[in-house]
Ligand binder design. Structure first.
Ligand code: 5GP
Length: 125
């Protein structure tokens, strides 16, 4: 079910638990701004999630509330992860689902990195 993007941050969401190390993930990268790990149900040969280290429900919440240094650091970290995955050469797709219409399911901001194949249609449905 998609989340209500106006909800307060819920500390018990699955990505908060992954950040706290309470449940495992297949980690790709970690730095002061982010944790990156493989999606449990990959929708491309490479499907990695990058989440900020902070209590941000959504892209909207993050861009409204996060300090500039966090926003800059997090975006740079997404770039770092794409280069670690070596998808920067062939190219890749980034996606952020936001709120109900965006069909966001986990109420902690996450950037999807899709790679490893050619993509065509922008919004498949
Ligand atoms: P959303 O629809 O919110 O943009 O994407 C949530 C993503 O989180 C989905 O692609 C889903 O497969 C992934 N996901 C949900 N639970 C877990 C989990 O426990 N571990 C990992 N690694 N990914 C998860």
């Amino acid at each position: 079910m998609p989340i209500d993007p106006r909800q307060p941050y819920d500390d018990s969401n699955i990505f908060a638990k992954i950040l706290r190390g309470e449940i495992p993930c297949n980690k790709v990268h970690e730095d002061e701004f982010c944790l990156a790990f493989h999606d449990i149900r990959p929708q491309a040969p490479i499907h990695v999630l990058v989440i900020p280290k902070g209590a941000y429900v959504s892209w909207d919440d993050f861009t409204a509330q996060a300090p500039d240094a966090m926003i800059a650091g997090f975006i740079r970290s997404v770039g770092t992860v794409t280069r670690l995955l070596e998808v920067d050469g062939p190219g890749y797709r980034l996606m952020v689902n936001m709120g109900t219409f965006g069909h966001q399911e986990v109420p902690h901001l996450h950037v999807h990195i899709f790679g490893g194949r050619q993509f065509y249609q922008m919004i498949p449905d």
